[in-house]
Design a protein around this ligand. Structure first.
Ligand code: DGJ
Length: 735
């Protein structure tokens, strides 16, 4: 992906006598076809026809196009009149609808007091900036602003903003971002999951019809579709063409794909809007969350590579070294006791931990999970001197101090719920089912918003917090305010609250957590610095969860902790070496009562942390791939530095192998002519493996050209389930 930087090449001017006049102050003459280019991707948009723009191409960059080629492309795309169909050719627009001739799921749906809207759109303004296209269109009583931007990584972001320009209110029930994909797609990939098993892939042949995945959990969800990809048959981690989409949003969502007999296939996303949820008064607007569209011809890793590059280019992407975290949750749960926590902090600092995060249990009335949510002041019984003793201890040991909050939730047994029943999104007397004994605060309520902002700010300032773990532990069923469904406005308000807190304190970092990994999306990640990927610290489960979380996110955004030997969520035992090797590929930490560790265990942890601190610069900036292991029971994860001088590769086994001789481990993406030293990561243990004698190079190390490592590979040991080998590759200086 070393293609030229993004650019927009206007097509040759084309007379358009029949177009509506440009808006007042409209800066540009009408250019009928626009080309957005970036990262080897091109998006060609035709704004020449009546109605909304049509996408003529989204995929590989088409290279330099001679004058007239774009008009030729439009002609090449022009459809015939199919048998038993509309009498005229019809356009497949950016917001497909019945007026165009589209009979799949519409991109826009609204009514005025029951009268259906079938808008006749006409483009009124087209504006271009480098790598951006803005199109304004109008219809009777409606205005639509569409923004497309393609970045240097080839990631396209698309959003619509609808304004009600009529004198009557408009009930909006659908506004989705949709793009056509290649006709050659044949398979569909998306994701599902549950608590402690997030982001499980599901793959199936593409079937005809309009297919919709709705989420109605009021949060992103453990079973979020996450990324929906349509691919060429047989696509794999490193091969095949894919057109993928993700909705940058933490509320209810629609992921859709359409394969109708009479049209090109589509993929799209949008907010799920419930009846009555969005009513636009005259002059009011609604902006969709951003649809993030990614094309690649290099399999799922190609999709990941573009997304990682795109995220890393954000001005607010976390840049400093991702600190080693000690989170207190599985170490002490609600048993907050200064002496115990101080001992935990001492031990953590002694092995190299850099950030200490006090989890749930510190605030008023919170002795277990039945009470206290909402009362964001320090519990005076447990912490008579406030949190100062523990915060000061942590700081004196050279660590940062972080704190857990769950701002959106309330327990009925809290002063907040007793004082402000009108602030609830789920009224406490409405018979709504509790979830972990808790209900939802309507953050869109101005007074509730202000209460949260003030309460959190007071704590952040008093203790100089470096970090907030922002949790959210229930689905938002029956989330209604004053009779109206309110998930969307509530979610927008949560974003505003996060934005406000960060704007006030730019150095404050925030982690997004929701019963583990139920809020992993690019909407929340616009205002947070990492996600808690899952509540399971079982490394076998974590390997699978992280492998697919990595489709969207680079390693530095994925929180991963070393837990106790027997995982609390699965009761399965795993070796410390395997737990360390799993957490190493992420934003690493520990969640374990390490005061009870043996000296040997602490030494291992110290060595694992040293490896992480030495390698994190590479792990958090390099290109991530998942080399084929030739074996369903093992996963390989490789990170290669941008200049290809260094790499770290982990081979991890979660189930027994089907062969006695492990398949060769081939490492794609290396510099073919560079010579690499290959050796196990020095600070980590080499697994014992099941071979009677291990492969000889493991003891001696290897020096081989990148081409050999890519084409032939190295013979790994036959790992036992629950073992991982972590290798480091270093290119020899040339000359
Ligand atoms: C759910 C989170 O995922 C856990 O890590 C922990 O913070 C608990 N909530 C605390 O209640």
């Amino acid at each position: 992906m070393n293609e030229p930087a993004s650019a927009i090449a206007p097509a040759p001017p084309h007379p358009r006598p029949d177009r509506p006049s440009r808006g007042a102050g409209a800066p540009e003459p009408a250019e009928p076809i626009r080309v957005l280019r970036g990262g080897g991707v091109a998006v060609v948009v035709d704004v020449a026809d009546d109605g909304l723009p049509q996408v003529l191409h989204w995929g590989r960059d088409l290279g330099e196009l001679a004058p007239g080629d774009l008009a030729g492309l439009r002609l090449a795309r022009a459809r015939p009149v199919s048998p038993s169909a509309l009498d005229e050719p019809w356009p497949l627009t950016l917001l497909p609808g019945e007026h165009d001739g589209w009979e799949g799921r519409p991109g826009f749906a609204a009514h005025r007091a029951g009268r259906t809207e079938h808008p006749r759109w006409a483009v009124t303004e087209v504006r271009t900036e480098p790598a951006r296209l803005h199109v304004r269109a109008a219809a009777d009583g409606l205005a639509l602003d569409t923004d497309l931007s393609l970045d240097d990584a080839g990631v396209l972001r698309l959003a619509h903003e609808l304004t009600n320009t009529a004198a009557e209110p408009l009930a909006l029930t659908g506004l989705e971002t949709v793009l056509p994909v290649g006709d050659r797609v044949g398979e569909v990939l998306d994701f599902t999951g549950r608590w402690t098993r997030e982001r499980a892939p599901q793959r199936r042949p593409l079937a005809q019809g309009s297919h919709v995945r709705e989420t109605r959990r009021g949060r992103t969800g453990h079973d979020a579709p996450f990324v929906l990809a349509l691919g060429t048959p047989g696509f794999s981690a490193d091969a095949g063409e894919l057109w993928a989409v993700h909705l940058a949003w933490s509320g209810d969502a629609v992921y859709r794909h359409d394969a109708l007999p009479e049209a090109r296939p589509l993929v799209g996303v949008g907010p799920l809007l419930r009846a009555g949820e969005i009513e636009l008064a005259p002059g009011e607007s609604f902006r969709t969350p951003t649809g993030v569209f990614v094309w690649s011809d290099a399999g799922t890793d190609g999709i990941g590579a573009r997304l990682h590059r795109s995220l890393r280019s954000r001005p607010a992407h976390p840049r400093g070294p991702r600190p080693v975290v000690l989170n207190t949750w599985e170490a002490v749960y609600f048993q907050h006791d200064l002496a115990r926590l101080a001992a935990l902090a001492d031990t953590a600092a002694s092995i190299g931990v850099e950030r200490f995060v006090l989890d749930d249990g510190w605030f008023r009335g919170r002795r277990d999970d039945s009470a206290g949510l909402g009362d964001w002041t320090v519990d005076a019984e447990v912490w008579p001197e406030g949190l100062h003793p523990i915060a000061d201890r942590v700081r004196s040991l050279g660590m940062q101090f972080g704190l857990w909050f769950e701002p959106e939730m309330v327990n009925p047994d809290s002063d907040l719920a007793r004082a402000h029943p009108d602030w609830m999104l789920q009224p406490l007397d409405a018979g709504i089912r509790p979830w972990r004994g808790q209900y939802v605060l309507n953050v869109a309520h101005p007074a509730a918003f202000e209460y949260l902002r003030t309460a959190i700010s007071v704590i952040v300032d008093e203790y100089g917090l470096d970090y907030i773990k922002w949790d959210q532990n229930r689905d938002l069923i029956e989330a209604v305010h004053e009779g109206r469904a309110n998930v969307h406005r509530h979610t927008e308000a949560v974003y505003r609250l996060l934005d406000r807190l960060r704007a006030d304190r730019p150095s404050l970092e925030i982690e997004s957590c929701a019963s583990g990994g139920a809020r992993v999306d690019l909407g929340v990640l616009e205002r947070t610095d990492r996600v808690w990927a899952s509540d399971t610290n079982d490394p076998i489960e974590r390997l699978a969860i992280q492998r697919w979380t990595e489709l969207l996110l680079p390693l530095e955004l994925i929180g991963s902790h070393v837990g106790p030997e027997v995982a609390h969520t699965t009761h399965r035992a795993a070796s410390l070496d395997f737990r360390i090797a799993t957490a190493l590929f992420g934003s690493a930490g520990i969640e374990w009562d390490i005061t009870a560790c043996t000296p040997g265990e602490l030494d291992r942890l110290r060595e694992g942390i040293a490896a992480y601190r030495r390698l994190r610069g590479l792990l958090h900036s390099g290109a991530l791939t998942h080399p084929d292991t030739g074996d369903d029971g093992a996963t390989a994860t490789a990170v290669i530095s941008e200049d290809r001088s260094r790499a770290v590769v982990r081979l991890a086994r979660h189930a027994t192998a089907n062969r006695a001789l492990a398949p060769m481990l081939r490492i794609p993406g290396l510099d073919p002519t560079g010579r690499y030293r290959v050796a196990p990561v020095a600070e980590l243990q080499v697994p014992r493996g099941l071979d009677d004698t291990p492969p000889p190079w493991l003891a001696e190390g290897l020096l081989l050209p990148g081409a050999v490592l890519t084409e032939v590979g190295v013979q790994p040991p036959l790992l036992a389930p629950g073992e991982a080998l972590v290798l480091e590759l270093t290119r020899e200086p040339r000359g």
